[in-house]
Design a protein around this ligand. Structure first.
Ligand code: PDD
Length: 282
């Protein structure tokens, strides 16, 4: 059965949920997005996703004419209309249809485009994630504002495709020998001192909502934390490596570039943080 999507005020079956070829999201990736997980029919960390959406818009001088409450309503409607217990809601907001191709922002105000759709996926019992994934590293060829969640995801798509061709599950970006983040996740290690280490926020990585939640849970658990960049070498020799994202939560990495991480199985800290995170979504 066709799922119901939302396009500029209307709830429509997939086949009718369309936007113009002149939409600036399509022509220039002039658009931002969010992916929010649904667990037990409930949105996870919604307020943080909205705050990041507002920040992304601000950075691109993109006015968002919807309140958090209105956007939450649309999410809730999509969960209900599509009867979703577990999955995700994708939201994309673009500068709109400028009726022509012109690099410059349109002079007069045009209606921006707001699109949301839902997808059913296994988040809690995702076996691939629970058993740990294999990753490969790739050069980080992305632009210099990775902190803005734009839809310009070609580099991530190429990286994931490369990983697949190498027989791996995902890719991790490395810039000048230093790990930036996963192709669609933030990267954590448990370093040689037993500290939980992740790169500090900057223009080079996305300020992940799951990253933030995991850091605060780890703090509550009394786990030592250090926000500092680490090298590829430090990652390969770490006790544990895991990735965080809305759709995989805490995802252990057991092999990188065919090299075992730790004992080659999900690490204790990753398993613990995943369990606590899930506990908190109840
Ligand atoms: N990606 N880094 C990048 C480059 C990402 O694309 C994502 C999320 C994250 C993790 O952010 P969060 O914890 O807020 O999901 C980090 C989403 C899930 C996606 O594009 O599907």
């Amino acid at each position: 059965m066709s799922m119901i999507s939302y396009v500029n005020g209307q709830y429509l079956p997939e086949e009718q949920a369309t936007v113009s070829v002149f939409d600036r999201g399509f022509l220039f990736a002039d658009a931002v997005y969010e992916v929010t997980a649904i667990i037990n029919g409930k949105l996870v960390d919604f307020e943080h996703h909205i705050a990041r959406l507002q920040r992304s818009c601000h950075e691109l001088q993109l006015a968002l004419p919807y309140s958090s409450e209105e956007i939450k309503q649309i999410h809730t409607q999509l969960i209900e209309r599509n009867n979703i217990n577990e999955g995700l809601i994708y939201l994309q907001f673009t500068r709109g249809n400028a009726k022509q191709r012109n690099f410059l922002f349109p002079d007069k105000d045009i209606q921006p485009t707001l699109v949301l759709f839902a997808q059913k996926t296994n988040i809690v019992d995702n076996l691939k994630v629970k058993n740990g994934i294999r990753a490969v590293t790739v050069d980080d060829i992305r632009w210099a504002r990775c902190d803005i969640k734009t839809v310009a995801l070609l580099a991530a798509s190429l990286a994931k495709e490369y990983a697949k061709q190498q027989g791996a599950d995902d890719a991790i970006f490395v810039k000048d020998g230093i790990v930036t983040e996963g192709s669609s996740s933030n990267c954590f290690i448990v370093n040689q001192h037993g500290q939980l280490q992740t790169r500090g926020l900057s223009h080079e990585i996305l300020p992940g909502i799951t990253r933030k939640a995991v850091l605060s849970l780890a703090k509550e658990q009394g786990i030592a934390i250090i926000e500092k960049a680490f090298s590829l070498e430090e990652m390969l020799t770490a006790k544990e490596v895991f990735m965080t994202s809305a759709t995989t939560l805490v995802c252990p990495v057991i092999k990188i570039n065919h090299q075992k991480i730790g004992e080659g199985k999900p690490g204790n800290i990753a398993i613990r943080l995943r369990e606590i995170y899930l506990e908190n979504t109840k």
